[in-house]
Every structure is written in structure tokens, then in C-alpha cells.
Ligand binder design. Structure first.
Ligand SMILES: [Zn+2]
Length: 99
């Protein structure tokens, strides 16, 4: 079983996580101007590389936070993790005070 390291909880079994698919897909800003083809490509078309791939994961049976992992799809080896930078919200400030 794959071991995934949650940035907040540490290493856990893969069964505690849900994969959210490819990372770095930005929602188009002006969706009213998209053609049906462009909208379909945004919704459904994803890369399926053989090799290094950036993915979104959620620690569903733990802290329920999303993060990104860079994983090799051939060896399953995870090469790094990143958290989402959402700015300094009040929740972030409260968490900063706890640490
Ligand atoms: Zn976690």
C-alpha cells in the first residue's frame, strides 16, 4: 500500500486519502464566452502522463484538508507535497496562533 504524507498529519496509509485528480486546473474566468468544446475540455479533459504528474489529494479520514502531491505514475513514488496558498484568511491567522 502506498504511504502518503499529509502535510499536517504526517505519513498515513493511502486508504485514508481521496485523489482529486490532476492539479493546476484553473476554472475559466468568463465561462459565458466559452464554446461548448472549450467548456467540455475544461470539465473532462485531463492529462494521463506516464511519469511525473501533479495531483490533488484530500486526507478524507484525517484532517480533511486538500494538498498537492507530485507523483511518478510508473513507480508510484511521491516526490514532493505542496499546500494551497489561500492568502491570510482569519482561519489561517487562527491556525498560525496555535503553532
Ligand atoms: Zn491530514
Amino acid at each position: 500500500m502506498l504511504t502518503i504524507e499529509c502535510p499536517w498529519c504526517g505519513p498515513r496509509a493511502e486508504s485514508e486519502f481521496s485523489c482529486g485528480g490532476e492539479a493546476d486546473i484553473a476554472r475559466p474566468l468568463d465561462t459565458d464566452k466559452l464554446t461548448d468544446r472549450e467548456w467540455g475540455e475544461y470539465l473532462f479533459m485531463r492529462k494521463n502522463p506516464r511519469g511525473v504528474h501533479r495531483e490533488q489529494w484530500m486526507h478524507t479520514q484525517g484532517c480533511r484538508r486538500w494538498f498537492m502531491a507530485t507523483r511518478d505514475t510508473v513507480t508510484y513514488q511521491i516526490q514532493g507535497y505542496e499546500t494551497f496558498k489561500m492568502g491570510n484568511t482569519s482561519a489561517d491567522a487562527q491556525e498560525g496562533n496555535k503553532q
